[in-house]
Design a protein around this ligand. Structure first.
Ligand code: NAD
Ligand code: UD1
Length: 346
């Protein structure tokens, strides 16, 4: 049985689908603080498979214990976390408490219930302001905000746990920029309020909910002056988790991988591809830089390819098509079920 914390979230829900499609038994723990129960029905609709769900906060040890009592957990994939960089600067305590206590509680329960396999959602944010691209796993680590600090601290805890207990098999997966959605168009990313990240902002402009995209700076040291990132399809990312789980079964101890495509695209590149493949115009204006942004960030994904046999399959065109299919079918996210029934494409 695989315990997936945060399994109702954006990356978690796509990973649960991959797990179910590969006949894993899944139990989801999510307190739905950034997701909706509707997602659970949609996962069932896509996979035609069942799974267990507990509406529990992972920081609440007594409640979480119940999950370990009632299920035989072999491995854990830990997605549950707060993830908005800007919000973490305004509410550091919430971020440290939720993200750190959640992970520490799971580590304690792993010890109590003899669970040895753990996969952690880390982020390219742990590379800080790396001046060199592509970024390898052995680059220096640093962070610039409380969200990133929680990721780096949990990684540090994992490194120490691994040194102290050779039975533990721990995977650190550092995601680059996940976008896209399941091909069905019935699950996808739906941030609360005005999106901070680029793709959800573009799709909200495409639906007409937002009037125009602000491109944060065109004077970066990149081919067209706008920021370059490594966008990865969320389904490719989800598949990386299955590969990591399989690797953990070989008792490797601590393993760390970048999950990215190795390709960098600028903001303008992404806007152009989105417009072309979806035949829709995205009005934009160039504004000043967003504080803290860097010129360029893309992965060297060679290690994951060699050691996990994992590589990203979907290109930027498919990412743009799938993001738009999801948002077009669900302009109000998961809240308006009626609309989904009219437009659902599954
Ligand atoms: P998400 O917000 O869609 O999913 C997180 C899920 O965790 C949500 O369903 C939320 O309700 C749940 N959750 C949060 N705190 C919880 C708690 N205390 N107890 C139980 N459930 C809780 O986010 P996502 O984009 O799917 O991200 C998943 C993981 O990947 C996070 O750890 C995030 O930091 C990491 N990550 C995300 C990105 C990205 O760009 N999306 C990039 C790098 C790393
Ligand atoms: C964000 C997170 C980072 C996380 C990464 C991967 C922030 C500040 N950082 O990084 O911690 O590891 O996602 O998921 O949220 N842009 C615009 N206009 C917009 C939005 C973005 O021009 O409205 C530009 C940005 O300047 C950047 C690019 O688009 O060049 C991508 O931005 P975004 O989607 O927010 O991701 P990152 O900043 O890479």
């Amino acid at each position: 049985m695989i315990l997936v914390t945060g399994g109702a979230g954006y990356i978690g829900s796509h990973t649960v689908i991959e797990l179910l499609n590969h006949n894993y038994q899944v139990v989801i723990v999510d307190n739905l603080c950034n997701s909706s129960e509707v997602i659970l029905d949609r996962i069932k609709k896509i996979t035609d498979k069942n799974f267990k769900f507990y509406n529990i906060d992972v920081t609440q040890k007594d409640e979480l214990k119940k999950v370990f009592e009632e299920n035989h957990i072999d491995s854990i994939i830990h997605f549950a976390a707060l993830k908005a960089v800007g919000e973490s600067v305004l509410k550091p305590l919430e971020y440290y408490k939720n993200n750190l206590v959640g992970a520490l509680t799971l580590f304690e329960l792993m010890k109590e219930y003899n669970v040895n396999n753990f996969v952690f959602s880390s982020s390219a944010t742990v590379y800080g302001n790396s001046k060199i691209c592509p970024i390898r796993e052995d680059f220096q680590l640093s962070t610039t905000n409380p969200y990133g600090a929680t990721k780096l601290m949990i990684e540090d805890v994992m490194r120490d746990l691994s040194k102290a207990n050779e039975n533990l098999n721990l995977a650190i997966l550092r995601y680059f920029n996940p976008i896209g959605a399941h091909i069905s168009g019935i699950i996808g990313e739906e941030p609360n309020g005005i999106p901070n990240n680029l793709m959800p902002y573009i799709t909200k402009v495409a639906t007409g909910t937002l009037t125009e995209l602000s491109i944060f700076g065109d004077d970066y040291n990149t081919h067209d002056g706008t920021g370059v990132r490594d966008y990865i399809h969320v389904v490719d990312l989800a598949k990386g988790h299955l590969k990591a789980l399989q690797k953990l079964e070989q008792n490797p101890g601590l393993i760390t991988y970048n999950l990215g495509t190795g390709q960098g695209y600028s903001v303008l590149d992404l806007v152009k591809v989105f417009e072309e493949v979806n035949n829709i115009e995205i009005p934009y204006k160039i504004t000043s830089r967003r504080p803290g942004d860097i010129d360029m960030c893309y992965a060297d994904p060679t290690k994951a390819f060699i050691e996990l046999g994992w590589t990203a399959e979907y290109g930027i065109e498919r990412m743009c098509q799938d993001s738009w299919r999801w948002q077009r079918n669900n302009p109000y996210g998961y809240e308006k079920e009626d609309h989904f029934l009219d437009m659902g494409t599954c």
